[in-house]
Design a binder for this molecule. Structure first.
Ligand code: NAD
Length: 328
């Protein structure tokens, strides 16, 4: 196979689908790779070379990079929101096979740049016990006490990417994403994250007339949420830069889950009866992205206002829910 400009793994998923679109818009040749059958991809771009491969297998990882590539974005992972990662720790850790084999294949294919999508879940849990969280700086990942399962895999794979750079000269770049949301994200089925779940619940309430909403925990846990366009911009910017340390790619607009619901209600024009499920998975108490480093290095940070990004996301999820309920 001839080489391409860009390879995206996990291209059938949320962020990967947007990244493929952005790379095609730049006029680059793109190979999009995912384990899911094509009909399940969140977005399928006809101008890309779309391959169904399991890159946890070394031979498939090599096929993904056949002929070489200028940039590789390794986004493939078995992942989901808190409901998924708290109950599927072994599955999350098996993504280490993807990280390992993609790095080996990239080293051998002579790839120019290799991006690895890490996560805010690598941060030390002890620094996230209060809702009035002090935002997480990159150095707060150590001493290591990440989110069990998923976070350990991410931290290990970051570290491996670093050593591939130091020992093998593979130009790896590591972004630590903080909660990404937007259209074409997972919005049902158990892997969805809070913004999509809240939008789905609000849209369902609007469409069915049952004006109630279940919230996981007491709603006072805090988070920041990054709009997908900012995620793509930060990812490409970091990949093409000379900055080699792990970097936060996240919004620093901190909200409680209750405030997230307020925003979604305002967009939808409803007020719902809130029922708090205190037994549901809730993750850490508070988490925010400290953007000092990205601002210093790049003079930029993800800055789409939550109210703006959520409006676009809500409209998209509303349409999905309406179609499912036969009310489109
Ligand atoms: P996603 O689940 O929508 O996409 C991941 C894709 O990887 C899926 O389509 C899945 O089928 C694919 N995949 C899984 N195993 C594979 C394999 N063996 N071979 C090929 N493809 C495989 O997730 P996303 O939200 O688009 O996340 C992309 C990356 O960013 C992941 O690595 C994730 O851990 C990381 N991340 C995401 C967020 C977020 O908020 N979405 C936050 C932090 C980190």
């Amino acid at each position: 196979m001839a080489g391409v400009d860009v390879v995206v793994t996990g291209a059938g998923g949320f962020i990967g689908g947007h990244l493929v679109r952005a790379m095609l818009a730049e006029g680059r040749t793109v190979r999009a790779v995912d384990i899911k059958p094509l009909e399940e991809w969140h977005q399928l771009h006809a101008d890309a070379e779309n391959l169904v491969l399991d890159v946890s297998l070394l031979e498939d990882a090599r096929r993904a990079l056949d002929g070489g590539a200028d940039e590789v974005y390794n986004l493939a992972a078995d992942m989901g929101g808190m409901g998924f990662i708290e109950n599927n720790k072994a599955a999350c850790m098996l993504s280490v096979l993807i990280s390992t084999h993609m790095l080996l294949a990239a080293r051998d294919a002579g790839v120019n740049r290799f991006f690895y999508s890490s996560s805010a879940c690598v941060y030390n849990a002890e620094k996230q016990t209060s809702p009035n969280v002090v935002a997480l700086k990159e150095e707060d990942a150590y001493p290591a006490m990440p989110e069990d399962g998923y976070g350990w895999e991410k931290l290990f794979s970051e570290r491996m990417a670093r050593h591939f750079r130091e020992d093998f000269g593979l130009a790896t770049r590591i972004g630590r994403y903080h909660n990404v949301y937007g259209p074409y994200g997972t919005w049902e089925g158990g892997r969805e994250k809070a913004p999509a779940a809240i939008c789905r619940k609000v849209a369902t309430a609007v469409l069915t007339g049952n004006h109630e909403i279940e919230i996981w925990g007491d709603g006072e846990q805090t988070r920041s949420f990054m709009y997908i366009d900012d995620c793509i911009k930060g990812t490409v910017m970091l990949t093409r830069s000379d900055f080699v340390e792990p970097l936060n790619i996240g919004s620093s607009e901190l909200v409680t889950i209750n405030q997230l619901v307020d925003i979604a209600e305002e967009i939808a024009g409803v007020k719902l009866q809130r029922n708090y499920n205190l037994d549901a998975p809730k993750g850490v108490r508070g988490r925010n992205s400290d953007n000092t480093l990205i601002l210093k290095e790049f003079g930029w940070e993800p800055s789409t206002r939550l109210a703006d990004g959520l409006e676009v996301t809500y409209r998209w999820i509303y349409d999905q829910v309406a179609a499912k309920l036969g009310k489109a």
